[in-house]
Ligand binder design. Structure first.
Ligand SMILES: Cc1cc2nc3c(=O)[nH]c(=O)nc-3n(C[C@H](O)[C@H](O)[C@H](O)COP(=O)(O)O)c2cc1C
Length: 213
């Protein structure tokens, strides 16, 4: 069943005027919220953008990608490094029913808590987690019949884009130094429905058994 959505999903960059209902949007957001993550740390925040002024700012930040301006709704996906802080990470572990000894073990283990290793390691792991949430939301969008484009080409601390735009955007979205706007999901109903054309490497190029050949 799910493979059908995966096969049909494609990047949709042109949207009709039709609005996405709150119910449908909530299904997509729920898919992200429920995504798996490293020791369940969930280092993400999703900001729903409908405001035209904010869309314009995001459009500028994306190098004027038209699907950003044309989207009915944008989900701004924030990599939240604050989630690794002891009080936040510990609270999630507590909620998961881990006793104090296990919590301390995880929080003090450089393998399980990448924030102990440094900013690069922490950021890399945070992006890894966010990717699952973005993937889940994009597949749920397909299932809900909503067109979606993942936007990664965006001015932020990772891409070292225009500093003024980054600053303006961070202020507008109320992000702090430990929160990076990493990805946008532009959402809307496809203007002119087209067949999906999957251009991918062949199975023999990417799938191997037991070892690479
Ligand atoms: C992390 C990531 C970032 C992407 N960034 C952009 C982007 O900035 N602009 C864009 O038009 N498409 C972007 N895409 C969409 C890819 O170009 C697209 O998924 C790929 O070409 C395969 O096409 P398909 O999605 O139609 O199967 C991005 C996809 C991913 C996974």
């Amino acid at each position: 069943m799910l493979l059908e959505e995966i096969k049909k999903r494609k990047s949709v960059r042109s949207y009709s005027e039709e609005k996405i209902s709150d119910e449908t949007l909530n299904e997509i957001l729920e898919a992200g919220r429920l995504a798996p993550s490293w020791v369940n740390v969930q280092p993400w925040k999703f900001i729903v953008i409908r405001d035209e002024k904010t869309k314009e700012l995001l459009y500028k930040a994306s190098g004027e990608q038209k699907q950003v301006l044309g989207a009915n709704v944008i989900i701004a996906c924030v990599a939240d490094m604050e989630a690794w802080e002891k009080k936040n990470f510990g609270a999630v572990l507590e909620k998961s029913g881990k006793n104090q000894m296990v919590q301390d073990y995880i929080l003090n283990s450089p393998t399980l808590n990448p924030s102990l290793l440094g900013n690069v390691e922490m950021l890399t792991r945070t992006i890894e987690q966010l990717t699952y949430a973005v993937a889940y939301m994009s597949i749920q969008a397909e299932k809900s019949g909503v067109g979606c484009c993942i936007i990664g080409a965006l001015a932020n601390e990772m891409t070292k884009g225009d500093e003024n735009i980054i600053k303006e955007l961070k202020e507008q979205l109320n992000l702090n130094d430990k929160q990076i706007l990493l990805t946008l999901l532009t959402l809307g109903y496809e203007k002119t429905p087209k067949e999906t054309n999957k251009i991918r490497k062949e199975p023999a190029e990417v799938i191997f058994y037991e070892k690479l050949s």
